[in-house]
Ligand binder design. Structure first.
Ligand code: FO1
Length: 304
């Protein structure tokens, strides 16, 4: 079974681990809107957390970076008087250095990502959604800023007025992503922030069309329980976009291409309103507290 998983950060990484453990050919198609230049290197937080999770080296404590990483390079930069609010670990930095060098030598982000995942012994494919530079910027009460500045430096505190995906309107999904989605047996939209993780992919030219065009069943696992996300800032962004931050709103956002939505059993009251959009809705325990939950939820996403 060929499975394509659309992935963002922490929650997605858990489901990717679960999916890879099943006997499927997994391709993760990953958000690039979080990518940023930091300390002279190109950091790809979602691509990296997906790769690290699939390599079995992701930090479970933070939800980003590598388990047990040290921060000596960053501490040295701090001693030199640099701002070090973005905690890039030493091993993580090595990955970013290799990527940056490859990009400077003319490789695409797809090629650099493939080199890194092979270097880390990951058997599943990891594909950035696009090779074009797309960045998520947040309009806030303190001015417009890159997503990393809003979320990490400003701790997600400024009032959000809007979200934009810079460069998305002229960016295409890569040929590898197109062909993976069109030839998939199943597409799983991971439990990811619909605004800043899945949104930047849907904003790419023709990307949503691929999800409608594929003959694969498209299933989304909701990132919300009740009126809040399981983790991260999705609620704040959804409210700023005029949405109620719940599974019904996520289903409406994806309804043009979705066949089935898996929501928390705590939200079973939303089942009929989601089904009225013309899709199936199944309830389950969507929390992933450890490997057993990850495997169970992944199997459910493939069975429905
Ligand atoms: N997130 C944080 O909240 N604080 C950090 O210092 C931080 C460092 C970091 C380093 C490398 C990396 O790939 C990701 C990192 N993240 C950090 C996570 C990440 O930037 C955000 O969680 C997402 O991009 C927002 O979805």
């Amino acid at each position: 079974m060929k499975v394509v998983a659309l992935a963002g950060g922490t929650g997605s990484a858990k489901l990717l681990r679960g999916l890879q453990g099943l006997s499927v050919r997994l391709t993760a198609v990953v958000n690039v809107g979080d990518n940023a230049w930091m300390y002279g290197v190109y950091v790809c937080p979602d691509v990296d957390v997906a790769t690290y999770a699939l390599a079995g080296i992701a930090s479970r404590a933070t939800g980003w970076g590598i388990e047990g990483d040290s921060f000596e390079a960053l501490d040295e930069l701090a001693k030199l008087g640099e701002e070090t609010w973005f905690r890039l670990g030493d091993r993580d930095l090595a990955v970013c250095l290799l990527r940056t060098q490859m990009l400077r030598e003319g490789a695409t982000l797809t090629e650099a990502t493939d080199r890194i995942r092979r270097g880390l012994g990951v058997k599943s494919r990891v594909l950035p959604a696009t090779d074009s530079g797309v960045e998520t910027w947040i309009a806030t009460s303190k001015g417009e800023m890159h997503l990393q500045e809003f979320w990490v430096k400003e701790k997600g505190e400024p009032r959000v007025k809007g979200v934009s995906y810079r460069g998305a309107r002229t960016a295409d999904a890569t040929p590898q992503v197109r062909s993976a989605i069109l030839s998939a047996d199943r597409v799983v939209v991971c439990p990811a922030n619909p605004v800043t993780s899945i949104g930047p992919m849907l904003a790419l030219r023709g990307f949503a069309g691929l999800l409608s065009e594929t003959s694969a069943r498209v299933v989304a696992v909701s990132p919300m329980v009740g009126r809040a996300p399981i983790s991260g800032p999705a609620g704040k962004f959804m409210r700023a976009m005029g949405m109620v931050p719940d599974s019904s709103a996520v289903a409406r956002l994806y309804s043009k291409f979705l066949d089935c939505m898996l929501i928390s059993e705590q939200d079973r009251a939303m089942k009929s309103s989601i089904e009225s959009l013309g899709l199936r809705c199944v309830t389950s325990d969507t929390m992933m507290a450890g490997p057993a939950d990850e495997a169970r939820l992944a199997a459910e996403a493939l069975e429905i």
